[in-house]
Design a protein around this ligand. Structure first.
Ligand SMILES: Cc1cc2nc3c(=O)[nH]c(=O)nc-3n(C[C@H](O)[C@H](O)[C@H](O)COP(=O)(O)OP(=O)(O)OC[C@H]3O[C@@H](n4cnc5c(N)ncnc54)[C@H](O)[C@@H]3O)c2cc1C
Length: 345
């Protein structure tokens, strides 16, 4: 079937917050977007998983927002409907050789149902197809293709000669993290502890009180490893549980061992450097999609048939596009790309 540029949908690969923000901006302008996601659920790095009968945040720990900004308007909607809640403006900071200090900062928001529930909310009414890994992009049926994911994942999908591909970081430009959720039978840490940034540790980078941020008081802590420790244990994340548990217990002087633990690996947790632009957009016409192994391959339920001439616009967005890697930056990037695309289609 041949589509005219006006009727062909936009393909968005990735149902994290940036891909869904892009879909919303397009829908607001009357442009249909089809979102495909390789995972079984939406959310990407805003990941909450049920562990021991309750959701635990395993990716982003919180988000901040200027409530007067466009992202802030979305956050106000979540707050009004009880999907998000103000968590705390005070975290602890651990510096080597110093006792844990508290430090006020911006108000951090969390979600009673886990941060993924906010992306689920954004996915309402959006055409999202789950368990659809894209190995090669089929450009022809789409007026534009958006890659809403970390640079190293987008890079392998882009056609030979793409200007965008030449701007994207390789895998080594993104830091990994292993997240470990730890549960106790009762809370054994100070009532005024919310979370801690851990500086200069070879093991830990951040620890959050999951019961405190969720609002149910569950005796659960979630620790994010240092990139250094994650690199050592990427092949076997469970092997990171003992050193992380030991470091958390030492940080909070916890005499009792946790009764359960769960580890999750993030190969591309955070970009090491930000792109100054809010997104990139290029005209794919003239580029050739190469179905060779360096651009994907690998089979699976992907879009397939990517070899051949590229048609339409190609865009990238996500948390690497803007001032700092964060939930708000990812939403802002996706929204800006969606509006720019709608203006050009
Ligand atoms: C451990 C950790 C802690 C963090 N802490 C914070 C924090 O406290 N505060 C904060 O603001 N931010 C935090 N972040 C960052 C925040 O989670 C991200 O900035 C944000 O979620 C990125 O959204 P995104 O849509 O750009 O990308 P992602 O959420 O990564 O979404 C990309 C999606 O694309 C999908 N995908 C990739 N390749 C393909 C393919 N080939 N085919 C189909 N689908 C594909 C993925 O499955 C994924 O769902 C943290 C991240 C991590 C990992």
């Amino acid at each position: 079937m041949t589509h005219s540029a006006e009727t062909r949908p936009v393909l968005i690969v990735g149902a994290g917050i940036s891909g869904l923000a892009c879909a919303h901006a397009l829908a607001a302008a009357g442009v249909h977007a089809r979102v495909v996601e390789r995972g079984r659920v939406v959310g990407g790095r805003m990941a909450s998983r049920r562990v021991e009968e309750r959701p635990v945040d395993l990716g982003a720990a919180f988000f901040t927002a200027d409530l007067a900004s466009p992202f802030g308007a979305v956050v106000r909607g979540w707050l009004d409907r009880g999907l998000a809640r103000p968590w705390t403006d005070t975290f602890s900071v651990s510096d080597p050789g110093h006792p844990l200090m508290t430090k006020p900062g911006p108000l951090r928001y969390a979600a009673p149902g886990g941060l993924r529930s906010l992306v689920v909310d954004l996915a309402e009414g959006v055409d999202v197809e789950l368990q659809h890994p894209v190995d090669e992009i089929d450009f022809a049926p789409h007026s534009a293709t958006v890659l809403a994911m970390p640079d190293p994942q987008a890079r392998r999908l882009l056609p030979a000669g793409s200007v965008i591909a030449s701007r994207l970081a390789e895998g080594s430009g993104w830091a990994p993290t292993i997240t470990v959720a730890l549960g106790w039978t009762e809370r054994g840490w100070p009532a005024d502890f919310h979370g801690a940034f851990v500086n200069g540790s070879p093991v830990l980078s951040f620890v959050a009180d999951d019961g405190d941020r969720r609002g149910d008081g569950a005796p659960v802590l979630v620790a994010h490893s240092s990139a250094e420790l994650a690199r050592e244990h990427l092949e076997d994340p469970d092997a990171a549980i003992p050193p992380i548990t030991e470091a958390v217990r030492a940080l909070l002087s916890l005499g009792t061992a946790p009764s359960w633990s769960y580890a999750h690996r993030w190969t591309f947790a955070r970009p090491q450097a930000q792109h100054p632009e809010p997104f990139l957009l290029e005209d794919g016409v003239g580029l050739t999609a190469d179905g060779g192994p360096e651009h994907g391959g690998g089979g699976g339920a992907g879009d397939g048939g990517g070899a051949g001439d590229v048609s339409g616009l190609i865009g990238v967005c996500g948390d690497a596009w803007g001032t700092s890697s964060s939930v708000g930056t990812a939403w802002t990037s996706g929204d800006a790309l969606g509006r720019a695309l709608a203006a050009q289609l």
